[in-house]
Ligand binder design. Structure first.
Ligand SMILES: Cc1ncc(COP(=O)(O)O)c(C=O)c1O
Length: 473
């Protein structure tokens, strides 16, 4: 796929900042874009001349940066063709990318994954019950693209308890919420359709929509919240919207009920409720977005999951939609998978029915960890601003300087792994941000922030890193 020089300039963002010659800074930033997955393998880069024009720098600088990347194995060139992105694993020479097997030492504090550990005993008991129920499924083939009746009923009841009348025929079980979003992207989008997203947003949703060859329409979510007028205006030109109103990932913000009522987007809207059950500080669960959408407006499609409220390893999520849309999803599903494992579904049904997605002990622990993380930031990185999240599992931290892509590359050398802000947006935005999850135990969070402060100091003294950015969740 060709990347235009102007798209490239947007992705490069603040590449000029930092020490060293311009060509080095440019090649460092391009390498980060490749390692980060923002420039995909096989992407065709703009010509040296076009990129130089878009960046308003000399062609020699771009040429030198491209040559470094070719030498390091990140670009392939052939006579009379544009440079294409590759990875250096099988390069005959050059610096190797640190692969996922070696992003940091074994004792690294991983602040890139926002997922709590499993509640062991509760999970064990649920699986024991699931195994007792399994025989009634064993006479059937086990391939069920809608999911088991038990889980569809339990999910429908979860909506009913939240005040949203739902029958099981409106539920389709998926392998997690990300699977649900990807299935909906395939079912609902055509190439070049426009998808309204919050900016920042959940990075794998961005991937699902770009994979469907949609164009993204980012609308900012700022500390003061969601600007209704801007969202409504963008909604008028979009074919689909994707919103995370409940403890938004990455900011942890919750859309006020009154804003939900006024938003009324005029395009079909996917509401991601992965974090809904994680209201901290004893606050109430958010009012379901779908209950506040007046009838003549286009469909609200809800997506849910137990990954954050119980355990990501269950890989259970769902779509709540009208039966006709679920039928379309069911029909496209076999291209990638043929159903969700039965035992996991039975165990999740047990857990959902017992209200285990809102465990007071687990929520209190998350709230304490959030506070410890903020205290550690105040102590070790006082220049960083990280507003208190009302729920969810992450803080959205802002540095005074745009440095977080470079910080993500250096941090593993100091024993900590982070997800840089630009992962959560498009066009190189959010270089001043990182997402910090508070799902690790308190002592690891404090230690992680201490190490992060060390990495910031090293970066300010001119350090660079070569680590592969970690996957996010
Ligand atoms: C908003 C949001 N949607 C979807 C997902 C993916 O969830 P799952 O593990 O259920 O696929 C996550 C995980 O972090 C998330 O935060």
């Amino acid at each position: 796929m060709k990347t235009s020089s102007y798209a490239m300039a947007r992705m490069l963002g603040t590449w000029q900042d930092g020490a060293g010659p311009a060509h080095q800074r440019l090649s460092d930033r391009l390498r980060l874009l490749v390692l980060d997955g923002r420039l995909s393998l096989g992407a065709v880069l703009p010509s040296e001349r076009d990129l130089a024009t878009a960046l308003r720098i000399s062609r020699t600088t771009v040429g030198a940066a491209y040559r470094t990347l070719v030498e390091d194995g990140y670009l392939a060139t052939r006579a009379r063709t544009r440079a294409t992105v590759r990875l250096p694993d099988d390069a005959p020479s050059g610096r190797r990318a640190a692969g996922p097997e070696a992003p940091a030492g074994p004792a690294a504090v991983d602040l890139s994954i926002a997922a709590p550990p499993a509640p062991v005993e509760i999970l064990h008991a649920a699986f024991a019950t699931a195994l007792e129920q399994l025989p009634r499924h064993l006479e059937r083939h086990g391939y069920d693209r809608y999911g088991t009746a038990e889980l569809r009923e339990a999910v429908a009841a979860w909506y009913e308890r939240r005040g949203l009348p739902t029958s099981p025929d409106r539920i389709l079980i998926t392998n997690g919420a990300q699977h649900a979003v990807a299935l909906l992207a395939r079912a609902l989008l055509s190439p070049r359709d426009r998808v309204l997203i919050e900016h920042p947003t959940y990075p794998h949703a961005i991937k699902a929509f770009t994979e469907a060859r949609a164009r993204l329409l980012p609308v900012s979510v700022v500390p003061s919240g969601w600007d209704v007028a801007q969202f409504r205006a963008a909604g008028r030109t979009a074919q689909l919207a994707y919103l995370i109103p409940d403890f938004h990932n990455p900011t942890g913000m919750c859309m006020p009920t009154e804003v939900r009522g006024r938003l009324g987007l005029s395009c079909p809207t996917v509401i991601d409720e992965t974090l809904t059950d994680l209201a901290l500080d004893g606050g109430p669960s958010p009012v379901p977005y779908a209950t506040l959408t007046p009838a003549p407006l286009p469909t609200v499609i809800s997506v849910g999951s137990v990954s954050k409220s119980i355990w990501g390893g269950l890989r259970i999520g769902w779509i709540r939609a009208v039966p006709s849309l679920l039928r379309r999803v069911e029909q496209i599903r076999p291209a990638t998978d043929l159903g969700t494992p039965v035992v996991e579904q039975l165990a999740t049904a047990v857990l959902l029915s017992a209200g285990q997605t809102r465990r007071p002990g687990a929520l209190a622990r998350l709230a304490t960890q959030r506070d410890v993380l903020r205290q550690a930031l105040a102590e070790h990185l006082p220049e960083v601003h990280a507003p208190r999240a009302a729920g969810g599992v992450t803080l959205w931290a802002t540095f005074p300087e745009p440095l977080t892509s470079r910080l993500a590359a250096v941090a593993p050398d100091h024993g900590v792994v982070i997800a840089a802000g630009p992962r959560f947006g498009i066009g190189g935005a959010f270089e001043r941000n990182i997402r910090l999850p508070f799902t690790l135990p308190a002592d690891q969070l404090s230690e992680g922030v201490r190490r992060l402060a060390q990495a910031v100091r090293a970066l300010n003294q001119g350090g660079t890193g070569t680590h592969t950015p970690a996957p996010v969740a």
